[in-house]
Design a protein around this ligand. Structure first.
Ligand code: AMP
Ligand code: ZN
Length: 109
């Protein structure tokens, strides 16, 4: 069994409120939302963070960005939103599996 909680969600070992899934990407609601829309978009394959992507990952990253854009079109008022990824503990990364936060539905300064 993986120790990575997001790999465990991908494997179906932990529950998640899934909003999108295909063979390589999963999107689910953040358990502790910081905005009315707070969705995490992850590759199903374990990649630790944006800091460890390789050139082979470029097509996958492009598809993740496109998927974020599609999810946001459906869920974020005015198609306005924020996308964040944290890299490393000192910058707020608490789960060591690459994820993009899609935040929307409120004003950000
Ligand atoms: P980060 O701090 O950038 O690593 O973001 C990790 C995010 O994962 C946080 O916003 C957490 O609320 C969220 N999170 C942690 N565990 C779960 C879970 N089991 N289901 C959904 N979101 C989670
Ligand atoms: Zn993982």
């Amino acid at each position: 069994m993986s120790e990575c909680i997001f790999c465990r969600i991908v494997a179906g070992e932990l529950p998640a409120d899934v909003v999108y899934s295909d063979d390589e990407i999963l999107a689910f609601k953040d358990i502790n939302p910081a905005a009315p829309v707070h969705i995490l978009i992850i590759p199903k394959r374990h990649i630790s963070s944006l800091g460890s992507v390789k050139s082979d990952d470029i097509p996958l990253l492009g598809r993740i960005m496109h998927r974020i854009s599609q999810i946001a079109k459906d869920r974020c008022p005015l198609n306005e939103y924020r996308v964040i990824t944290n890299i490393g503990k000192s910058c707020g990364q608490t789960v060591d599996h690459l994820h993009f936060h899609l935040l929307g539905g409120r004003k950000f300064d």
